[in-house]
Design a protein around this ligand. Structure first.
Ligand SMILES: Cc1ncc(COP(=O)(O)O)c(C=O)c1O
Length: 485
């Protein structure tokens, strides 16, 4: 039997009196949960919007896109108004999804990624306009929030937030001026003076410095644990612990952490679980589906993907994202409209980029594993990786990040780097160009050689961020660089 969901009925059931308002949170979430309960994975479903006269449609798109991604193979939408279509179409297209839509005359048409979207008006821009404006005109006498780009309500800023929320399966998302801004404000949104933060010790060095050098001044105590030892999380918690922070996959060993046991403890103790998911991108891993409360990204990396923007993002519940927005406004951390526009452009190709980088990552890792000059390869897609089985279960792809250990140590690493012609020797990651860096001089420069070796990052360790070059060309470049003596 094909499930037939009357959206109006679900709305009435979920929150009495609110059936015309599909977006009032947490109504949106309640609606989604009601709809999801009625659906079996992999089904065909009909979703009927007849009689739903929303005042604000910004949730219809989320519901539909989430259903298509997570549950149903075919979704037929009926009774859509033009306003519904306008809300649904761009997000479906942005997320690479498609659904069927039944027109009033009974004819079917595709909507979204591969469908035939409603024709645009003549002479309109195909690419979204850039609103490089700090401020916007106000209706005289209006008491509504003014439009001002520091408030993050410029259309370029708003659009990318909606898109990321969809990709992460979050209520809301917000882009900020950098990944560090995202890390700082996500924590400040949930922590107060006197609170304790429990953090993984395998995190980006900048975030580590933020915790060590700044949080104490705000009265927030931070301690660190080895994230692979499940029991240490619980043991390290204190009465004052209010949040847990971790990064997965980790840098540069690409350890894929099991979120669920940590999330279970956090739920039981009422702690916020914040996850830096920069390395995975929402294409390969969506932490909220595994119990995280808040996801952060350095959008400088995969979300933008073109090595020309510094930005960050936070995704989670409306309540927390609203608090991050408030902090962003008063601490002045909004993303510039042009950076937002570039991220919008970058995110259009996120899925194809990351999927291709997954393929290249695996090809390069398998090649590296066969080289005599390389003693170890750290890539979760290889059976030799300690988290391979777990990674297979929870990741949609193993990623384009890879670590190798050269037998010849520092000298061999420097020879290799000097000889590269396609890959560039540069820090950062997630772009279309292949970058190689040495953690001893970048992320782990503050440790001694012994401490690094103990952490599994001996000298001669190289980290690769694979781009979108031809994998045969890349491998040829690595082969000639390895052959240098
Ligand atoms: C995992 C991770 N998180 C956060 C950051 C900080 O991001 P940004 O440089 O955009 O401030 C980085 C930067 O390298 C990172 O690698």
């Amino acid at each position: 039997m094909i499930p037939h969901i009357m959206v109006q009925a679900v709305l009435q059931q979920s929150v009495a009196g609110f059936y015309t308002d599909l977006v009032t949170r947490p109504t949106g979430r309640a609606v989604r949960e009601n709809i999801e309960r009625d659906l079996l994975p992999g089904t065909i479903a009909v979703m009927d919007f007849t009689g739903v006269g929303c005042l604000d449609y910004s949730c219809a798109d989320e519901i539909v896109a989430k259903l298509v991604r997570d549950k149903v193979k075919v979704l037929l939408l009926r009774g859509l108004t033009d306003a519904h279509r306008e809300a649904i179409e761009p997000v479906l297209a942005g997320a690479g999804l498609a659904v069927l839509c039944e027109r009033a005359d009974g004819a079917l048409e595709g909507l979204g990624a591969s469908g035939d979207p409603k024709a645009r008006a003549d002479w309109t821009a195909v690419a979204p306009p850039l609103y490089q404006s700090s401020t916007f005109t106000n209706p005289v006498g209006s008491t509504a929030e003014v439009l001002y780009s520091r408030y993050g309500n410029n259309p370029n800023q708003v659009d990318i937030g909606r898109r990321l929320a969809l990709l992460e399966g979050a209520d809301a998302a917000l882009f900020l001026a950098s990944g560090m801004a995202a890390a700082a404000l996500a924590h400040l949104a949930v922590l107060r003076p006197g609170d304790h933060l429990l953090a993984s010790e395998w995190i980006y060095g900048g975030v580590y410095r933020l915790f060590r050098e700044e949080f104490g001044k705000l009265g927030i105590d931070v301690s660190f644990v080895n994230p692979t030892q499940q029991r240490t999380w619980k043991r390290a918690m204190r009465k004052t612990t209010r949040a847990v922070f971790l990064e997965t996959p980790t840098n540069p060993l690409m350890r894929v952490l099991d979120l669920e046991p940590v999330a279970t403890v956090c739920k039981a103790e009422g702690l916020a679980l914040i996850v830096d998911s920069t390395f995975a991108s929402p294409v390969n891993f969506r932490p909220l589906e595994h119990g995280a409360d808040l996801v952060i990204h350095s959008a400088t990396k995969y979300l933008n993907g073109h090595t020309d923007v510094i930005a960050g993002a936070v995704a989670g519940t409306d309540q927390v994202v609203d608090e991050v927005r408030r902090l962003m406004q008063v601490w002045g951390q909004a993303i510039d409209p042009f950076a937002a526009w570039l991220i919008d452009r970058g995110m259009r190709t996120l899925t194809v980029r990351v999927r291709r980088q997954n393929e290249i990552g695996l090809a390069v890792a398998e090649w590296c594993a066969k080289q005599d000059a390389i003693s170890k390869v750290h890539y979760p897609g290889l059976p030799s990786h300690p988290d391979h089985e777990h990674a297979k279960r929870i990741l949609s792809g193993f990623g384009g990040m890879l670590g190798i250990e050269l037998k010849g140590g520092v000298r061999a690493a420097e020879r290799f780097l000097r000889a590269l012609t396609i890959a560039a020797h540069a820090p950062s990651l997630g772009g279309v160009e292949t970058l190689v860096s040495e953690p001893r001089l970048t992320s782990h420069a503050s440790l001694t050689a012994e401490q690094r070796a103990q952490a599994g990052i001996p000298d001669g360790f190289l980290r690769f961020s694979l781009g979108l070059e031809d994998p045969d060309d890349l491998i040829a470049d690595f082969a000639q660089a390895l052959a240098r003596h």
